[in-house]
Design a protein. Structure first.
Ligand code: FAD
Ligand code: MLT
Ligand code: ZN
Length: 464
């Protein structure tokens, strides 16, 4: 790997790909399943931000569990390193979902794109329990492997709750069938949880059974502004109390995010243009009673304004206004990468303290970079982005290890929902005890003794 943020020495224990390997892969996947074209392989070697660059020479496109199993069994015996990939390139291929309408359970292959699954289940009167800005390209297998959180977490919780079953191929090619569709099953250890959020380091997810909530008829979205962070906190508490069971999103962003979105995103406009407020909050409600739900949100907004928590606010009157509100929030990451270099941190911090680090970071970075604070406030999840025109060691030294030490002191998490990947593999100790990391390493060694799956990611090299 080479990147602005990490330099990894290739582990010489791994074999180097040779022409016989390529012939073998062609024998199981056919010519079209084995990609050597330099341009296509190059795309798969770069992450979405263009920050991390790998050096894989070959891209394989298996279409079935059997093909994944044959690839892994071969790579394990040859000790060839493998990086499972979902939305970056569509590694696992297209597929046909199956649906149990009585119980609302979707069973599908890992290569399904999240947005396609959403449309599929919506046609049947259900929704996916997760939604994120990358929905058009991320795969459900990638979502599960990262334990993606996203915009509906506040209402439907973690994938650890919604995923009912998985099929996973282990490093040696063994197919582990855990694809049950039962709500309750206390027979022994619940092994699927090991693979949810393990970022491709323990196995390749090939099939998924997931619980989908009913699609409710009334959705309302409000875009509000607050003059200070304490008002955002009070507003969250008030929203939980007053909107209760219909609250389906509580997202926040500071003024810097709005300015950035207005500058870089096409076709969006600021719904509250009159004054530059310090903070903005997007609240969504989803319920089953159209007139009551709307009245509830309107009354909440009025009360919050009277109480001085909200400076100004607007409720979307149609789908196009609602999608403009969402586009602003979901487009922050897209707008960020247009600046050039993004130092991205994804922290879980108690809500009362959550914005302190944004302000401290602004003081540290000064005019070297622009600091954004946004995220899933309802889940205590801050996205702290530091933007600059290009990567520099000087900025990085102002950010790290400060950001990790600060978070650790609050007993927060250095990765709320994005995972550790390459960026934070060596930083895990800021959020996990050495005993916990040792146990993780033992599990890794048990399931992947040759360490062929996703090398250099998730766990520190020193424990493997
Ligand atoms: P990839 O990027 O291809 O892979 C991610 C990891 O999973 C890698 O470690 C890979 O090895 C592993 N992996 C992928 N597929 C498999 C598989 N089948 N089996 C085993 N391992 C596998 N994340 C959030 O949590 N919340 C958000 O709100 C959110 N919003 C985003 C918005 C944008 C615009 C972008 C670009 C990203 C966002 N993300 C978010 C991060 C990312 O989209 C999610 O983590 C997503 O779940 C990754 O899916 P993917 O298919 O793209 O996986
Ligand atoms: C988000 O909530 O927008 C995402 O997790 C993506 C990001 O922070 O870039
Ligand atoms: Zn997020």
């Amino acid at each position: 790997f080479s990147s602005a943020a990490a330099h990894i020495q290739r582990n010489p224990a791994y074999s180097v790909l040779n022409p016989d390997d390529v012939s073998y892969f062609k024998s199981i996947l056919g010519e079209s399943g084995v990609v050597q074209d330099e341009d296509r392989v190059a795309v798969a070697n770069v992450d979405w931000m263009g920050k991390y660059k790998g050096a894989s020479q070959l891209l394989l496109l298996p279409k079935s569990t059997t093909e994944v199993s044959k690839i892994l069994s071969y790579c394990n015996s040859r000790r060839l390193a493998v990086v499972p990939q979902g939305g970056n390139t569509g590694l696992v291929g297209g597929s046909v979902p199956v649906y149990d309408e009585v119980n609302g359970i979707l069973t599908c292959e890992a290569g399904c794109v999240l947005e396609n699954l959403s449309s599929f289940v919506e046609n049947k009167g259900f929704i996916m329990p997760l939604d994120l800005g990358a929905k058009g390209s991320c795969h459900i297998g990638g979502n599960i492997s990262t334990n993606a959180g996203g915009l509906r977490f506040i209402r439907y919780g973690s994938l650890h709750g919604s995923v009912l079953g998985l099929e996973v191929v282990l490093a040696n090619g063994t197919v582990l069938d855990m694809l049950t569709t039962l709500r309750k099953d206390n027979t022994g250890y619940d092994l699927k949880h090991l693979f949810i959020g393990s970022e491709g380091s323990l196995g390749v997810v090939t099939k998924v059974a997931i619980l989908t909530p009913a699609k409710l008829p009334s959705t309302n979205v409000a875009f509000l502004s607050c003059n200070d962070y304490i008002s955002c906190q009070k507003l969250l508490l008030a929203a939980k109390r007053s909107l209760g069971e219909i609250l389906s999103a509580f997202e926040f962003m500071d003024r810097h995010c709005i300015d950035l979105a207005m500058k870089h995103l096409e076709g969006v406009h600021n719904p509250l243009p009159v004054s530059p407020y310090k903070f903005y909050v997007l609240i969504e409600t989803t319920g089953s009673d159209e007139s009551n739900d709307k009245a509830k949100l309107e009354a909440f907004l009025l009360r919050s304004m009277e109480d001085g928590l909200v400076a100004d606010g607007v409720i979307a009157q149609d789908i196009s206004q609602a999608s403009n509100f969402w586009r602003i929030r979901e487009g922050i990451s897209e707008a960020s990468v247009k600046v050039g270099a993004v130092y991205k941190y994804d922290l879980s911090i108690p809500v009362e303290k959550l914005y302190d680090i944004v302000e401290e970071m602004r003081g540290r970075v000064g005019d070297m970079g622009e600091v954004l604070g946004y995220g899933h406030l309802g889940d205590g999840n801050l996205h702290l982005n530091i933007l600059s025109t290009k990567y520099s060691d000087k900025i990085l030294a102002q950010i790290e290890p400060f950001v990790y030490e600060w978070t650790s002191k609050q007993r927060g998490s250095i990765s709320a929902e994005h995972g550790l990947g390459l960026m934070k593999a060596e930083k895990i100790h800021y959020s996990k005890s050495s005993e916990a990391v040792q146990l993780m390493a033992s599990i890794k060694k048990l399931l992947d003794p040759n360490s062929i799956l996703n090398p250099y990611k998730v766990l520190p090299q020193s424990v493997l």
